[in-house]
Design a binder for this molecule. Structure first.
Ligand code: CMP
Length: 530
């Protein structure tokens, strides 16, 4: 291989007055020949520009790498001068190597300034792989031109040396495959940064399409790096994407109910519970539905299918759906099925069931006795009323009564909090919160009018439900109860009216008095008691 001498060749006769003067002179010659000052200046300017720009992902490591290359080039200058003064042939190689590395460093820094500062400021996003390819090609040009200036024709060497060509070809095979694969993925837009994809066992969001690999970030905070040439050959499922449709992904939540309960009942119960109140991250369109998937040994296998609108909280949203299913079924006393293989043996004795019954009755009495309204009733009255109570659990967020619907029950809260609201949709206003020992639903039950407010569960709530007949029996025995109920009712009515119009205390008092007497008559009338 023939190498032509570079322009700054060591002068054959040095007549410097001293060794240090000679070294300095050589140093200056070397610096100007290698363009070190120029590279160093570029490096300083780039550092200033990048320091003033907002910190973007991936800039710091590239800036560090490029700085290392430029500084390595600078550091090689004294070494070159030393070799040259000793007339070592290594000096030419060192000089060439220094020029190449600092040239590459400068190109990378310029790439950062163009793509990550200038174009980013103009909001022009260039895919990372395109940036890498452009910077890579420019680096190659710099290498070729620097080497050519030193008298080496790299193109000719590569072209004429069959062995070298084969070695380079083989070693670049995978890399070029990755590069072309990455470019193809970007160009045909089959996957894009931000997409949720499933590739084999891995599901994650595309974080970066690099020239060599595509990086996925999973929900478990893992970063999975997949070579681009693998990706172009593998089956990739892009989640939640359909042409012309918003991003949403169908999820399936399974549950089992045994054959004693008709599928139509189960489907209605679950579907109503899920559609009744919007659930965060569940699309309204198409609405969630429930289907019977299979008839197994002793149970029906059901699935709730819904559209998830934010692909991150998949398990938490499934969990909300399961909770709704659980509560809807427990309210209707439909248990989830026990696997047919499991055998539950409970020794049911007379004493055991009596003890269970007694503790249940005591709990009902305790809850009724907490209610201010029933404070003056005798234990027998409370006991008789408690026998008509029906357990009625609700999940957080469920609607217990809805404004305008016709009423059948009065609810006594055993556990949890509810919010009483008036108005529709986003314009709903809370008028009160009720907790254990409070009751609601009396207005419609006692007057026959539609529900005056919407009551929503703030927590998981457990209520006892009393129907109109049971209440009638108590009123028949205690007609004076009508006055007490009417007083509570009037107070709540006035509070409801106050949400619609501004009223002073005087007006409230007047309304309270007139409402109370009206309501006593209404209640007696409705229940036909004297
Ligand atoms: P009802 O109209 O049957 O259904 C909605 C219930 O919300 C209503 O009965 C009352 O029990 C309750 N409610 C209405 N207004 C108030 C209020 N201001 N304070 C407490 N509870 C109320």
């Amino acid at each position: 291989m023939h190498r032509r001498a570079v322009s700054w060749r060591w002068p054959s006769a040095v007549t410097a007055p001293s060794q240090s003067m000679q070294f300095l002179e050589l140093f200056v010659q070397e610096v100007s020949a290698q363009g070190t000052l120029w590279a160093f200046g570029c490096w300083l300017v780039a550092l200033l520009v990048l320091a003033a720009a907002p910190d973007r992902e991936g800039v710091r490591p590239r800036r560090r790498g490029a700085s290392f290359l430029v500084l390595l080039g600078v550091a090689l200058v004294p070494a070159t001068v030393l070799c040259r003064s000793q007339k070592m042939s290594l000096a030419d190689d060192l000089a060439l190597f220094g020029s190449v590395v600092s040239g590459i460093g400068v190109v990378v820094l310029l790439g950062l300034i163009v793509f990550d500062v200038a174009l980013a400021r103009l909001s022009v996003g260039v895919p990372r792989i395109v940036q890498d390819v452009l910077v890579g090609v420019t680096c190659l040009l710099v290498i070729f031109s620097t080497v050519a200036r030193a008298g080496i024709n790299l193109t000719q060497i590569v072209a004429t040396s069959a062995v070298l060509t084969a070695v380079i070809g083989l070693s670049l095979q995978d890399t070029l495959g990755n590069l072309v694969g990455g470019l193809a993925l970007q160009l045909d837009r089959s996957i894009q940064v931000g997409d949720w994809v499933r590739i084999g066992e891995v599901t994650g969001r595309v974080a970066e399409i690099h020239w060599r690999y595509t990086a996925l970030e999973t929900r478990n905070w893992e970063r999975v790096v997949i070579p681009n040439n693998v990706l172009t050959k593998a089956q990739v499922n892009v989640l939640g994407r359909r042409t012309g449709q918003p991003l949403q992904w169908r999820r399936w939540v399974y549950f089992n109910v045994d054959f004693r309960y008709p599928p139509s009942t189960v489907i209605d119960l679950v579907q109503n519970a899920i559609r009744d109140q919007p659930i965060l991250n569940v699309a309204a369109n198409p609405p969630p539905n429930c289907v019977l998937m299979d008839l197994c040994d002793s149970y029906g296998r059901y699935a709730v299918r819904y559209m998830l609108t934010d692909l991150v909280p998949d398990d938490p949203t499934d969990s909300v759906i399961r909770t709704r299913i659980y509560f809807a079924l427990s309210r209707a006393a439909v248990p989830l099925s026990i696997p047919a293989q499991a055998v539950f043996v409970t020794q049911e004795s007379g004493e055991r069931s009596e003890a269970k019954r007694q503790s249940d009755a005591a709990e009902r009495l305790r809850v009724l006795a907490q209610v201010e309204l029933f404070r003056d009733l005798s234990t027998e009255d409370l006991e008789s009323m408690s026998r008509s109570l029906q357990r009625s659990p609700f999940a957080r967020g469920e609607v217990l009564t809805r404004t305008g619907s016709s009423a059948h029950h009065l609810y006594v809260i055993r556990r949890g909090r509810v919010s009483v609201r008036v108005g529709e949709g986003d314009l709903q206003t809370e008028v009160a919160q009720l907790t254990a020992g409070n009751f609601f639903g009396e207005m419609s039950l006692l007057t026959g009018e539609p529900r005056s407010a919407t009551v929503v569960a703030i927590d998981d709530v457990e209520c006892y439900r009393l129907d109109a007949d049971a209440f009638r029996r108590v009123l028949e025995r205690h007609p004076e109860l009508a006055n007490k109920v009417a007083a509570v009712l009037a107070e709540r009515r006035v509070a409801l009216l106050a949400t619609r119009e501004v009223m002073d205390e005087e007006k409230k008092k007047r309304l309270l008095a007139s409402n109370s007497s009206d309501l006593v008559d209404k209640i007696r009338d409705f229940f036909r008691i004297a």
